[in-house]
Design a protein around this ligand. Structure first.
Ligand code: C2O
Ligand code: CU
Length: 502
């Protein structure tokens, strides 16, 4: 078993990565004392979340090398439980997840429970909330899952997310009427491990060649793209869609050559639960011959909106209702801006498998993004003046492969301090020509749309040269990562800490 995370280790980590603690003695202003993962407040908050008699769901997750079948083609990679995608975990809101991670990888690892408002010491960030889980060691995560919705979990060390180390986590709402007949979970991914370079090699190449070498799609090209560089109807994410060209794009672990068949009955109403587990790719999703009605994003309900296609950034989740016809229909997930796709087949009848290389017109119809969504009545935080506002300037270094928040990479980041029980505003200002899906651990913020309320989310796409403002209520003490969910940007520095202080 892994030793419990020691206070000393936390202070060392906080001193190295988040200077607030270490410098408090000598700085002019007196920053508060950081509320670490072992603080009493963390356990107290968990006690309040935990209902007496709450069911405990136990799972074992073995992280290990495996050879996975990508449909006729095999790849050796790292996964949970020997399969791709990893296991689907399902529990009810208010229950306790007890998940034992066994690390059979040759390197340290950890699991982050993306989107869950959990206790800080179970958040899975090595060096901040726990010690890394060494090869051969295990660690048991145990926490209450307070909010229903579509979530996922993934490794949080280096660029391990870009291997197969992820799975879906669904939290059911005991009070939800469930006005649909069936669910289909759609997990999207960009894939290189075992068929192309390993993610570590990809990162090394990016760092060696700097921004100029990003697969011919560097910042300069985006800049010359005029409006296209900043996002328009054809290129909603701008002219520079990513740093990595992948050999394959997957739906539920399969490339277009051998798609999964997702079975349903004609005229059923189906709830799609869409997760983008990709590292460097946004997907534009459509189901040929159908419209999609978005009902939730990042687990939280929105006022339903119907469109033809849906844009999903890395780390985002969307739930959508579809009224199925009779037949077999391509589900197409375009790798946005990368001229490639992932596909599956939704089948309700016997008919022949449809062609998967055509472009369903829905992809060019009404495109839904988080931008137009409104929160459902019960989850609107309401407007209140923030007690404090933190600005996060997102930028890239043109010479080296370095991505920064407020001019700093994570190793030199200045933590963004908050106190418990505050209304806090975060202003993301993108000063680069690439989009960044910005993710906050342990909280769900509310996107502001001018003066109108936007959706509750934990991951929000900030388009090139644009600004996005979000508000949150601090109610979950601890040290929480804020980072770009592009795994390469995160690893190249685009991460900081939302630091509760007392
Ligand atoms: Cu899903 Cu820190 O990320
Ligand atoms: Cu980014």
């Amino acid at each position: 078993m892994t030793k419990p995370f020691s206070r000393r280790t936390f202070l060392v980590a906080a001193g190295a990565a988040a200077t607030g603690v270490a410098l408090s003695a000598c700085s002019e202003r007196t920053p508060g004392q950081a509320v670490g993962p072992l603080a009493a407040a963390v356990g107290e908050r968990e006690d309040r979340r935990r209902r007496p008699g709450a069911a405990v769901r136990e799972v074992a997750l073995v992280a290990a090398p495996a050879t996975v079948d990508l449909g006729g083609r095999t790849a050796s990679t790292w996964v949970y439980g020997g399969a791709l995608p990893g296991p689907l975990l399902r529990l009810r809101a208010g229950e306790v997840l007890r998940a034992r991670l066994d690390n059979r990888l040759p390197v340290p690892t950890s699991i982050h429970w993306h989107g869950i408002a959990l206790r800080n010491d179970m958040d899975g960030v090595p060096g901040v909330t726990q010690e890394p889980v060494a090869p051969g060691a295990s660690f048991t995560y145990e926490f209450t899952v307070p909010d229903p919705g579509t979530y996922f979990f993934h490794a949080h060390v280096g660029v391990q997310l870009d291997r197969g180390l992820y799975g879906t986590l669904l939290v059911d709402d005991p009070a939800e009427p469930g006005r649909y007949d069936r669910e289909l979970v759609i997990v999207l991914d960009d894939w290189t491990d075992g068929v192309g370079r390993s993610p570590d090699q990809v990162l090394e190449d990016l760092q060696r060649r700097g921004m100029a070498g990003m697969g011919g799609m560097g910042n300069m090209e985006g800049m010359q793209g005029g409006m296209g560089g900043m996002g328009d109807a054809r290129n909603p994410l701008g002219g520079d869609p990513g740093d990595v060209r992948y050999p394959l794009y997957l739906v539920n672990g399969r490339p277009p050559g051998s798609p999964r068949s997702l079975g349903a009955r004609p005229r059923e109403r189906v709830r799609l639960r869409i997760v983008n587990a990709g590292a460097d790719t946004a997907f534009r999703v459509a189901l040929a011959g159908h419209r999609l009605t978005v009902t939730h994003t990042d687990g939280f309900p929105v006022r339903p909106v119907t469109g033809d296609a849906l844009l999903v950034g890395m780390g985002e989740r969307y739930d959508a209702l579809v009224d199925l016809g009779d037949g077999a229909f391509p589900l197409v997930a375009l790798a946005e801006g990368k001229d490639a796709r992932a596909t599956a087949v939704v089948r309700t009848g016997r008919g022949p498998t449809p062609r998967l290389d055509t472009r369903p017109p829905e992809l060019d119809g009404r495109l839904l993004t988080a931008a137009g969504l409104r929160p459902a009545a019960g989850v609107d935080l309401g407007s209140r003046d923030p007690a404090r506002t933190h600005r996060l300037v997102l930028a890239g270094d043109m010479q080296q492969y370095r991505w920064t928040i407020n001019g700093r990479t994570f190793d030199r980041a200045v933590p963004l301090e908050v106190r418990d029980g505050e209304r806090v505003r975060l202003v993301f200002e993108n000063r680069s020509m690439m989009f960044h899906p910005m993710h906050l651990h342990g909280h769900t913020f509310q996107v502001r749309d001018g003066h109108r309320p936007g959706p509750r989310k934990d991951t929000v796409v900030v388009r090139p040269m644009r600004r996005v403002t979000v508000d949150l209520e601090t109610a979950n003490p601890g040290q929480w990562m804020i980072h770009c969910h592009n795994a390469y940007h995160q690893q190249a520095g685009m991460m900081t800490t939302l630091s509760y202080v007392r």
